[in-house]
Ligand binder design. Sequence first.
Ligand code: HEM
Length: 537
Amino acid sequence: MASSVQLDLVWLRIQILGCLNTSKICQSTVALALLALILVPVIASFLFRDKGSGVPVVNPLRLFQLETQKRVEFIRDGIDLLRVGRRRFPGKPFLLLTNLGSITILPPGRAKEVKSLPEALSYRKKFNDLFPFFYPAGFGPLAIIDHPSELLQKVVTKHLTKRLNTVTGALAVESSFAASKALGEQTDWFEVPVYQTILDMVARVSSRVFLGSELCRDENWLDLTKNFTVAMHRGELTLRLFPRLVRPFVYLLDGSCRKSRQAYYRAYKIVEPLLTQRRKERQDRAARAEGVAYNDAIEWAEMEAAGASYDATDLQLILSFAGIHTTSDLLSTTMLQLAADPENIRTLRREMMEVLPAKGWKKTSLTQLKLLDSAIKEAQRVKPVQMITMLRKATADTELEGGIVIRKGDLVSVDSSDFHNPALYKNPEAYNMHRFADMRSQPGGEHRAQLVSTVPEHLAFGYGKNACPGRFFAANEIKMALCHLLMKYDWELAPGTTLEPVWFGTDPIVNPQAKLLCRRRKEEFDLDALEADDGIE
Ligand code: HEM
């Protein structure tokens, strides 16, 4: 779940950037903002008070500056402020006042230290402070992240990841359908918006595995799964302008919170009937001593919950939140890099032709697409989704190396500038599709240079206990989608499109305006006729 807030913020960022640009803020938010003007200076002086940590602040509050201004300033200028911090305090920690409050930024290389303190510096606790008493409708998915049952994490690690070989067939079918639905059969060049097209594909394919075949083609659900994240994050952004005790009232009054609530209720109306039907089928099957009939996250959550009550709608929404925009950003980034040099595409096709007709759609054949793996990882290195990672909240006053104390409740994160460190990567700004494949052939490289490897110098999926458990699925989903996209279509950058991301704070995201030229080609082998692993009915 990926500076600002982790899990998935990509789509939110796009929306908020739009919001900041066009001043499309709803009236109730304006009213609340006025109230904030009165309350916020007091809160700001509390939140950003000097707690004597001794860490220098890069962007202190100016005289009469409000916390709200600081937050907006960070969303706009975050990456420049981070660069100032790196320049002024090389190799040393510094403090940034961000849209989430103040964050101590540790220099690259301190990821191991953060990893070694998973309880004192908690990944999950940063999600549990939004409301004082309980998480109301529309924000419940956030509460699931730090739920003591760890239902979300168990569904992903114990089921999704372990059963990847049983969902490959389903991924193949849905990827083919999604590509054809998004791009059609036109053999003349035409223009496609990259992010929207990829988001649509990823939403379809992910929903197949999260929710099953009944709902993965339901346009109402697909709309929700793509847009809920935006609604909830706009609400969260507004709520965080207020003290915790006031937030329940803000929740009732604010328009963005209302949208999140409405999205939850729409989702509930879709998920609950499916759940009821599944539970009934389960009982009937048990009565006939028959085994489990489904292989998707609805079923896995039921197995894990083992009768304990939980909100299946929130679970589905948090899966969308965690997985869909993060995966879409990486796939879009990879497509942009590949389209910039179609020779790379031809090379990747040759690898696909060598592996897939012989092996079919298997988890293991996806593993053998090593150059493809490298192409994706390199795209992620050149443009990750965040430039500060491993955001953690101190659960107690915690002393770090060098005597810095992170006070209870404060945030700490690690600078990810190693992605572009010339001492680690030759020509770090250049996209070299072979880079990680070459590293894998070096001694010790096989386990450090795979897309799913988590190492302290490559933090795109985090590191340690909370490293993204969904990365194995995301990797397979992206590879499968690329096989369809590259074998069945030719690609080029559309005129005017560059690879420059758009910045939200310290997070680079795919430019939502980026476009590609595309045309249907005749694939060398029939991808849809390949034999597949399957476990989904
Ligand atoms: C390219 C796609 C993805 C990226 C870049 C990504 C990135 C991340 C990052 C950076 C973290 C935090 C790690 C840390 O701070 O140490 C994280 C956590 C998490 N991710 Fe992902 N993620 C992706 C896809 C997915 C998918 C598809 C799922 C679910 C199916 C998922 C589920 C989760 C969960 C549940 C956590 C929280 C782990 C915990 O609570 O311990 N992610 N992800």
